[in-house]
Design a protein around this ligand. Structure first.
Ligand code: NZQ
Ligand code: ZN
Length: 388
Protein backbone atom coordinates (compact mmCIF):
# COMPACT_ATOMS: atom_id res chain seq x y z
CA UNK A 1 0.00 0.00 0.00
CA UNK A 2 1.35 3.42 -0.85
CA UNK A 3 -0.03 4.97 2.34
CA UNK A 4 0.62 8.61 3.27
CA UNK A 5 3.65 10.42 1.97
CA UNK A 6 5.18 13.78 1.22
CA UNK A 7 7.22 13.80 -1.96
CA UNK A 8 9.73 16.53 -2.59
CA UNK A 9 12.85 16.61 -4.72
CA UNK A 10 14.30 20.09 -4.50
CA UNK A 11 17.08 19.49 -7.05
CA UNK A 12 16.72 21.27 -10.39
CA UNK A 13 18.09 18.94 -13.05
CA UNK A 14 19.53 20.08 -16.37
CA UNK A 15 19.90 17.05 -18.61
CA UNK A 16 21.48 16.38 -22.00
CA UNK A 17 24.52 17.24 -24.06
CA UNK A 18 23.79 20.98 -23.75
CA UNK A 19 23.18 20.83 -20.01
CA UNK A 20 26.35 22.69 -19.08
CA UNK A 21 24.93 25.78 -20.83
CA UNK A 22 22.59 26.10 -17.82
CA UNK A 23 25.40 26.50 -15.31
CA UNK A 24 25.69 30.25 -15.90
CA UNK A 25 22.05 30.89 -14.95
CA UNK A 26 22.27 28.63 -11.94
CA UNK A 27 25.36 30.45 -10.68
CA UNK A 28 23.47 33.75 -10.79
CA UNK A 29 21.27 32.49 -7.92
CA UNK A 30 24.21 32.33 -5.50
CA UNK A 31 26.81 34.64 -3.98
CA UNK A 32 30.29 35.42 -5.17
CA UNK A 33 32.52 32.85 -3.50
CA UNK A 34 32.39 29.39 -5.04
CA UNK A 35 34.20 26.46 -3.47
CA UNK A 36 35.07 24.20 -6.40
CA UNK A 37 35.41 20.58 -5.25
CA UNK A 38 36.78 17.81 -7.45
CA UNK A 39 38.62 14.52 -7.32
CA UNK A 40 42.03 13.25 -8.31
CA UNK A 41 42.35 15.06 -11.60
CA UNK A 42 40.19 13.32 -14.22
CA UNK A 43 38.41 16.64 -14.86
CA UNK A 44 41.71 18.26 -15.79
CA UNK A 45 42.54 15.48 -18.27
CA UNK A 46 39.13 15.66 -19.93
CA UNK A 47 39.17 19.45 -20.25
CA UNK A 48 36.07 19.84 -18.09
CA UNK A 49 38.02 21.78 -15.46
CA UNK A 50 38.89 24.50 -17.99
CA UNK A 51 35.29 24.74 -19.17
CA UNK A 52 33.99 25.09 -15.60
CA UNK A 53 36.61 27.64 -14.57
CA UNK A 54 35.78 29.62 -17.72
CA UNK A 55 32.07 29.69 -16.87
CA UNK A 56 32.79 30.65 -13.25
CA UNK A 57 35.17 33.41 -14.30
CA UNK A 58 32.73 34.82 -16.87
CA UNK A 59 30.09 34.85 -14.14
CA UNK A 60 32.41 37.01 -11.99
CA UNK A 61 32.86 34.39 -9.27
CA UNK A 62 35.73 34.14 -6.88
CA UNK A 63 36.94 30.53 -7.14
CA UNK A 64 38.42 28.68 -4.18
CA UNK A 65 39.62 25.22 -5.12
CA UNK A 66 39.23 22.11 -3.00
CA UNK A 67 40.75 19.28 -5.05
CA UNK A 68 41.83 15.75 -4.13
CA UNK A 69 38.50 14.31 -3.00
CA UNK A 70 39.25 10.60 -3.03
CA UNK A 71 36.89 7.72 -3.84
CA UNK A 72 35.46 6.81 -0.43
CA UNK A 73 36.09 10.31 1.01
CA UNK A 74 37.49 10.27 4.52
CA UNK A 75 36.57 11.99 7.77
CA UNK A 76 39.94 13.79 7.79
CA UNK A 77 39.31 15.17 4.30
CA UNK A 78 35.87 16.29 5.48
CA UNK A 79 37.41 18.21 8.40
CA UNK A 80 39.88 19.87 6.00
CA UNK A 81 37.10 20.91 3.61
CA UNK A 82 34.81 22.17 6.38
CA UNK A 83 37.59 24.38 7.74
CA UNK A 84 38.33 25.86 4.32
CA UNK A 85 34.65 26.43 3.47
CA UNK A 86 34.24 28.38 6.71
CA UNK A 87 37.46 30.37 6.33
CA UNK A 88 36.48 31.61 2.87
CA UNK A 89 32.80 31.91 3.77
CA UNK A 90 31.74 29.96 0.68
CA UNK A 91 28.39 30.94 -0.87
CA UNK A 92 28.14 27.81 -3.02
CA UNK A 93 29.94 24.49 -3.17
CA UNK A 94 30.22 23.36 -6.79
CA UNK A 95 30.92 19.62 -6.91
CA UNK A 96 32.38 18.42 -10.21
CA UNK A 97 32.77 14.66 -10.23
CA UNK A 98 31.11 11.40 -9.24
CA UNK A 99 29.33 10.28 -6.10
CA UNK A 100 32.40 10.73 -3.94
CA UNK A 101 32.83 14.41 -4.79
CA UNK A 102 29.10 15.17 -4.50
CA UNK A 103 28.69 13.22 -1.24
CA UNK A 104 31.74 14.97 0.14
CA UNK A 105 30.44 18.39 -0.85
CA UNK A 106 27.14 17.74 0.93
CA UNK A 107 29.03 16.65 4.03
CA UNK A 108 31.16 19.82 3.89
CA UNK A 109 28.00 21.90 3.40
CA UNK A 110 26.59 20.85 6.77
CA UNK A 111 29.95 20.78 8.55
CA UNK A 112 31.48 24.17 7.71
CA UNK A 113 29.40 26.10 10.26
CA UNK A 114 29.14 23.24 12.74
CA UNK A 115 31.13 23.74 15.94
CA UNK A 116 31.35 20.06 16.75
CA UNK A 117 33.35 17.34 15.04
CA UNK A 118 31.29 16.45 11.95
CA UNK A 119 32.17 12.75 11.98
CA UNK A 120 30.98 12.41 15.57
CA UNK A 121 27.85 14.50 15.07
CA UNK A 122 26.58 13.36 11.68
CA UNK A 123 27.98 9.86 11.42
CA UNK A 124 28.44 8.35 14.87
CA UNK A 125 25.51 10.16 16.53
CA UNK A 126 23.47 10.51 13.30
CA UNK A 127 22.19 13.96 14.29
CA UNK A 128 20.56 16.39 11.90
CA UNK A 129 22.23 19.69 11.06
CA UNK A 130 21.23 22.61 13.28
CA UNK A 131 23.52 25.23 11.77
CA UNK A 132 23.83 27.17 8.53
CA UNK A 133 24.07 24.89 5.48
CA UNK A 134 26.01 26.02 2.40
CA UNK A 135 24.14 25.28 -0.84
CA UNK A 136 25.62 22.63 -3.15
CA UNK A 137 25.37 22.34 -6.94
CA UNK A 138 26.78 19.48 -8.99
CA UNK A 139 28.19 18.67 -12.39
CA UNK A 140 28.06 14.87 -12.60
CA UNK A 141 30.86 12.99 -14.35
CA UNK A 142 30.35 9.40 -13.19
CA UNK A 143 27.02 7.64 -12.97
CA UNK A 144 25.71 5.22 -10.35
CA UNK A 145 25.22 6.60 -6.86
CA UNK A 146 22.30 8.96 -7.44
CA UNK A 147 24.07 11.49 -5.21
CA UNK A 148 23.23 14.22 -7.74
CA UNK A 149 19.58 14.07 -6.74
CA UNK A 150 19.50 12.92 -3.13
CA UNK A 151 20.62 13.83 0.38
CA UNK A 152 23.05 10.95 0.88
CA UNK A 153 26.62 11.62 1.97
CA UNK A 154 28.81 8.60 2.69
CA UNK A 155 32.04 9.17 4.63
CA UNK A 156 34.74 6.66 5.58
CA UNK A 157 36.80 6.63 8.75
CA UNK A 158 39.65 4.18 8.05
CA UNK A 159 41.05 4.44 11.61
CA UNK A 160 37.71 3.39 13.09
CA UNK A 161 37.17 0.87 10.25
CA UNK A 162 33.75 2.38 9.52
CA UNK A 163 32.08 3.63 6.35
CA UNK A 164 28.75 5.30 7.12
CA UNK A 165 26.12 7.03 5.02
CA UNK A 166 23.99 9.84 6.42
CA UNK A 167 20.83 10.49 4.44
CA UNK A 168 20.18 14.18 4.97
CA UNK A 169 16.89 15.95 4.28
CA UNK A 170 15.70 18.26 1.52
CA UNK A 171 17.88 21.16 2.59
CA UNK A 172 21.04 19.18 1.76
CA UNK A 173 19.99 17.88 -1.67
CA UNK A 174 21.96 19.62 -4.44
CA UNK A 175 20.13 22.79 -5.46
CA UNK A 176 20.91 21.97 -9.08
CA UNK A 177 22.62 19.17 -10.97
CA UNK A 178 24.04 19.27 -14.47
CA UNK A 179 23.68 15.86 -16.12
CA UNK A 180 25.48 15.66 -19.45
CA UNK A 181 25.89 12.01 -20.54
CA UNK A 182 28.84 12.93 -22.78
CA UNK A 183 30.86 13.81 -19.66
CA UNK A 184 30.67 10.13 -18.66
CA UNK A 185 32.22 8.76 -21.87
CA UNK A 186 35.71 8.92 -20.37
CA UNK A 187 34.91 6.94 -17.20
CA UNK A 188 37.17 3.83 -17.12
CA UNK A 189 35.24 0.62 -17.87
CA UNK A 190 35.83 -0.82 -14.39
CA UNK A 191 34.25 2.27 -12.83
CA UNK A 192 31.44 2.34 -15.35
CA UNK A 193 30.33 -1.22 -14.64
CA UNK A 194 30.69 -0.63 -10.89
CA UNK A 195 28.28 2.27 -11.32
CA UNK A 196 25.89 0.14 -13.37
CA UNK A 197 25.72 -2.48 -10.66
CA UNK A 198 25.45 0.19 -7.97
CA UNK A 199 22.30 1.65 -9.55
CA UNK A 200 20.88 -1.83 -10.17
CA UNK A 201 21.42 -2.71 -6.54
CA UNK A 202 19.84 0.54 -5.35
CA UNK A 203 16.71 -0.64 -7.11
CA UNK A 204 16.80 -4.18 -5.71
CA UNK A 205 17.43 -2.86 -2.19
CA UNK A 206 14.06 -1.10 -2.41
CA UNK A 207 12.23 -3.70 -4.53
CA UNK A 208 13.02 -6.62 -2.22
CA UNK A 209 10.90 -5.40 0.67
CA UNK A 210 7.25 -5.66 1.60
CA UNK A 211 4.62 -7.68 -0.19
CA UNK A 212 2.60 -4.89 -1.78
CA UNK A 213 1.91 -4.45 -5.46
CA UNK A 214 2.29 -0.73 -5.89
CA UNK A 215 3.52 1.89 -8.33
CA UNK A 216 7.02 1.80 -6.85
CA UNK A 217 7.37 -1.90 -7.69
CA UNK A 218 6.41 -1.35 -11.33
CA UNK A 219 8.68 1.67 -11.65
CA UNK A 220 11.49 -0.40 -10.16
CA UNK A 221 10.94 -3.21 -12.66
CA UNK A 222 10.96 -0.80 -15.58
CA UNK A 223 14.17 0.82 -14.34
CA UNK A 224 15.86 -2.54 -13.83
CA UNK A 225 14.95 -3.65 -17.34
CA UNK A 226 16.45 -0.48 -18.75
CA UNK A 227 19.63 -0.76 -16.66
CA UNK A 228 20.11 -4.32 -17.94
CA UNK A 229 19.73 -3.37 -21.61
CA UNK A 230 21.57 -0.05 -21.45
CA UNK A 231 24.35 -1.63 -19.40
CA UNK A 232 24.93 -4.20 -22.14
CA UNK A 233 25.03 -1.51 -24.83
CA UNK A 234 27.32 0.78 -22.84
CA UNK A 235 29.86 -2.00 -22.27
CA UNK A 236 29.95 -2.84 -25.99
CA UNK A 237 30.08 0.81 -27.05
CA UNK A 238 30.99 3.29 -24.27
CA UNK A 239 30.17 6.25 -26.52
CA UNK A 240 26.63 5.06 -27.21
CA UNK A 241 24.76 8.23 -26.22
CA UNK A 242 21.42 6.52 -25.85
CA UNK A 243 22.78 3.92 -23.45
CA UNK A 244 24.84 6.40 -21.42
CA UNK A 245 21.97 8.87 -21.18
CA UNK A 246 19.53 6.15 -20.12
CA UNK A 247 21.93 4.96 -17.45
CA UNK A 248 22.44 8.50 -16.21
CA UNK A 249 18.73 9.06 -15.72
CA UNK A 250 18.13 5.52 -14.40
CA UNK A 251 20.71 6.12 -11.67
CA UNK A 252 19.09 9.38 -10.60
CA UNK A 253 15.60 7.89 -10.53
CA UNK A 254 16.84 4.80 -8.71
CA UNK A 255 17.84 6.73 -5.62
CA UNK A 256 15.97 10.01 -5.46
CA UNK A 257 13.31 8.62 -3.04
CA UNK A 258 10.76 8.02 -5.86
CA UNK A 259 10.76 4.20 -5.83
CA UNK A 260 11.03 3.99 -2.05
CA UNK A 261 7.49 5.34 -1.63
CA UNK A 262 5.34 2.68 0.00
CA UNK A 263 8.33 0.41 0.62
CA UNK A 264 10.08 -0.54 3.86
CA UNK A 265 13.40 -0.95 1.90
CA UNK A 266 16.25 -3.30 2.77
CA UNK A 267 19.80 -1.88 2.18
CA UNK A 268 21.60 -4.87 3.71
CA UNK A 269 23.78 -5.43 0.63
CA UNK A 270 24.93 -1.83 1.00
CA UNK A 271 25.63 -2.28 4.70
CA UNK A 272 27.87 -5.29 4.02
CA UNK A 273 29.46 -3.58 1.00
CA UNK A 274 30.22 -0.47 3.02
CA UNK A 275 31.84 -2.52 5.78
CA UNK A 276 34.01 -4.14 3.11
CA UNK A 277 34.85 -0.69 1.73
CA UNK A 278 35.87 0.59 5.16
CA UNK A 279 38.56 -2.08 5.43
CA UNK A 280 39.73 -2.30 1.82
CA UNK A 281 38.95 1.07 0.18
CA UNK A 282 37.52 -1.03 -2.69
CA UNK A 283 35.27 0.55 -5.34
CA UNK A 284 31.75 0.85 -3.94
CA UNK A 285 29.81 -0.86 -6.75
CA UNK A 286 32.24 -3.77 -6.86
CA UNK A 287 31.80 -4.47 -3.15
CA UNK A 288 28.05 -4.74 -3.76
CA UNK A 289 28.54 -7.01 -6.77
CA UNK A 290 30.75 -9.31 -4.72
CA UNK A 291 28.22 -9.93 -1.94
CA UNK A 292 24.80 -9.49 -3.60
CA UNK A 293 24.37 -12.98 -5.15
CA UNK A 294 25.17 -14.81 -1.89
CA UNK A 295 22.97 -12.43 0.12
CA UNK A 296 20.00 -12.82 -2.21
CA UNK A 297 20.33 -16.62 -2.22
CA UNK A 298 20.23 -16.54 1.57
CA UNK A 299 17.13 -14.37 1.91
CA UNK A 300 15.26 -15.74 -1.12
CA UNK A 301 13.21 -18.33 0.85
CA UNK A 302 11.90 -15.53 3.11
CA UNK A 303 10.65 -13.47 0.16
CA UNK A 304 9.96 -16.22 -2.34
CA UNK A 305 6.96 -14.55 -3.99
CA UNK A 306 8.92 -11.37 -4.72
CA UNK A 307 11.97 -13.26 -6.02
CA UNK A 308 9.66 -15.21 -8.32
CA UNK A 309 8.17 -11.94 -9.56
CA UNK A 310 11.71 -10.55 -10.07
CA UNK A 311 12.53 -13.58 -12.25
CA UNK A 312 9.38 -13.23 -14.35
CA UNK A 313 9.01 -9.44 -14.62
CA UNK A 314 12.66 -8.45 -14.85
CA UNK A 315 14.39 -11.46 -16.43
CA UNK A 316 11.48 -12.91 -18.47
CA UNK A 317 11.85 -16.33 -16.85
CA UNK A 318 9.10 -18.68 -18.08
CA UNK A 319 7.49 -20.27 -14.99
CA UNK A 320 5.82 -23.14 -16.88
CA UNK A 321 6.51 -26.51 -15.31
CA UNK A 322 8.73 -25.06 -12.58
CA UNK A 323 8.26 -24.73 -8.84
CA UNK A 324 8.25 -21.20 -7.35
CA UNK A 325 11.69 -21.86 -5.92
CA UNK A 326 13.06 -22.95 -9.28
CA UNK A 327 11.71 -19.80 -10.93
CA UNK A 328 13.17 -17.59 -8.19
CA UNK A 329 16.55 -19.30 -8.43
CA UNK A 330 16.60 -18.83 -12.18
CA UNK A 331 16.08 -15.09 -11.67
CA UNK A 332 19.16 -14.84 -9.47
CA UNK A 333 21.12 -16.99 -11.92
CA UNK A 334 20.16 -14.69 -14.83
CA UNK A 335 21.24 -11.68 -12.78
CA UNK A 336 24.62 -13.33 -12.21
CA UNK A 337 24.97 -14.14 -15.92
CA UNK A 338 24.32 -10.48 -16.76
CA UNK A 339 26.90 -9.44 -14.17
CA UNK A 340 29.43 -11.78 -15.85
CA UNK A 341 28.50 -10.41 -19.24
CA UNK A 342 29.13 -6.78 -18.32
CA UNK A 343 32.23 -7.71 -16.33
CA UNK A 344 31.10 -6.66 -12.86
CA UNK A 345 31.11 -10.10 -11.23
CA UNK A 346 33.93 -9.99 -8.68
CA UNK A 347 34.65 -11.85 -5.50
CA UNK A 348 35.82 -10.37 -2.23
CA UNK A 349 39.29 -11.86 -2.58
CA UNK A 350 39.80 -9.89 -5.80
CA UNK A 351 38.85 -6.75 -3.88
CA UNK A 352 41.57 -7.32 -1.29
CA UNK A 353 39.57 -9.02 1.46
CA UNK A 354 41.52 -11.62 3.45
CA UNK A 355 40.22 -14.17 5.98
CA UNK A 356 41.61 -12.19 8.91
CA UNK A 357 39.43 -9.18 7.98
CA UNK A 358 36.12 -11.05 8.14
CA UNK A 359 35.45 -10.49 11.84
CA UNK A 360 36.00 -6.74 11.50
CA UNK A 361 33.72 -6.64 8.44
CA UNK A 362 30.98 -8.42 10.40
CA UNK A 363 31.48 -5.95 13.27
CA UNK A 364 31.28 -2.98 10.89
CA UNK A 365 28.08 -4.18 9.19
CA UNK A 366 24.87 -2.50 10.33
CA UNK A 367 21.91 -4.88 10.49
CA UNK A 368 18.78 -3.56 8.77
CA UNK A 369 15.20 -4.56 9.46
CA UNK A 370 13.29 -3.56 6.33
CA UNK A 371 14.06 -6.57 4.12
CA UNK A 372 12.70 -10.10 4.07
CA UNK A 373 15.00 -11.41 6.76
CA UNK A 374 16.96 -9.80 9.58
CA UNK A 375 20.49 -11.21 9.39
CA UNK A 376 22.35 -12.60 12.35
CA UNK A 377 26.09 -11.96 12.70
CA UNK A 378 26.69 -15.61 11.76
CA UNK A 379 24.67 -15.18 8.58
CA UNK A 380 26.71 -12.10 7.63
CA UNK A 381 29.82 -14.23 8.04
CA UNK A 382 28.23 -16.94 5.86
CA UNK A 383 27.51 -14.38 3.11
CA UNK A 384 31.10 -13.10 3.30
CA UNK A 385 32.59 -16.60 3.15
CA UNK A 386 30.40 -17.51 0.17
CA UNK A 387 31.57 -14.31 -1.57
CA UNK A 388 35.35 -14.86 -1.17
O1 NZQ B 1 38.94 11.38 -8.79
P1 NZQ B 1 38.93 11.50 -10.28
O2 NZQ B 1 40.28 11.72 -10.85
O3 NZQ B 1 37.92 12.48 -10.78
O4 NZQ B 1 38.53 10.03 -10.85
C1 NZQ B 1 37.30 9.41 -10.54
C2 NZQ B 1 37.45 8.29 -9.50
O5 NZQ B 1 38.74 7.74 -9.52
C3 NZQ B 1 36.83 8.66 -11.75
N1 NZQ B 1 36.00 9.47 -12.64
C4 NZQ B 1 34.83 10.09 -12.34
N2 NZQ B 1 34.33 10.67 -13.43
C5 NZQ B 1 35.19 10.43 -14.45
C6 NZQ B 1 36.27 9.67 -13.95
N3 NZQ B 1 37.29 9.27 -14.73
C7 NZQ B 1 37.26 9.64 -16.02
N4 NZQ B 1 36.25 10.35 -16.57
C8 NZQ B 1 35.21 10.76 -15.83
N5 NZQ B 1 34.20 11.44 -16.39
O6 NZQ B 1 36.02 7.60 -11.26
C9 NZQ B 1 36.51 7.21 -9.99
C10 NZQ B 1 35.35 6.93 -9.08
O7 NZQ B 1 34.65 8.09 -8.76
P2 NZQ B 1 33.67 8.12 -7.50
O8 NZQ B 1 33.07 9.46 -7.41
O9 NZQ B 1 34.40 7.58 -6.30
O10 NZQ B 1 32.59 7.01 -7.89
P3 NZQ B 1 31.07 6.89 -7.52
O11 NZQ B 1 30.27 7.85 -8.30
O12 NZQ B 1 30.76 5.46 -7.64
O13 NZQ B 1 30.97 7.33 -5.97
C11 NZQ B 1 31.26 6.42 -4.94
C12 NZQ B 1 30.96 7.00 -3.57
O14 NZQ B 1 29.56 7.31 -3.44
C13 NZQ B 1 29.04 6.64 -2.28
C14 NZQ B 1 29.91 5.42 -2.20
O15 NZQ B 1 29.83 4.78 -0.95
C15 NZQ B 1 31.27 5.97 -2.49
O16 NZQ B 1 31.83 6.58 -1.35
N6 NZQ B 1 27.58 6.43 -2.43
C16 NZQ B 1 26.75 7.48 -2.31
C17 NZQ B 1 25.36 7.33 -2.32
C18 NZQ B 1 24.41 8.44 -2.15
N7 NZQ B 1 24.85 9.68 -2.10
O17 NZQ B 1 23.22 8.21 -2.07
C19 NZQ B 1 24.74 6.01 -2.42
C20 NZQ B 1 25.65 4.95 -2.92
O18 NZQ B 1 25.11 3.72 -2.51
C21 NZQ B 1 27.05 5.07 -2.45
O19 NZQ B 1 27.19 4.52 -1.17
ZN1 ZN C 1 25.28 2.27 -3.78
Amino acid sequence: MLGNFTFSIPTRVHFGDKALDSLKDELARFGETVLLTYGGGSIKKTGLYDRIVGILTDAGKEIVELPGVMPNPTADKLREGAKLAREVSADLILAVGGGSVIDYSKAVSVSAWCDEDPWDKYYLRMEDPDNKIIPVGSVLTMVGTGSEMNGGAVITNPEQKLKIGHVFGDEVFPKFSILDPVLTFTVPERQMVAGIFDMFNHITEQYFSGDDDNTSDYLAEGLMRNVIVSGRHAVKDPENYEARSNLMWDASLALNTLIALGKSTDWEVHMIGQAVGALTDATHGLTLAAVAPAYYRLIMPFGLERFKRFAEHVWDVDPAGKTDKEVAEEGIRRMEEWMQEIGVAKNLTELGVTEDMLDDIVKGTFIMEGGYHVLTKDEILDVLKASM
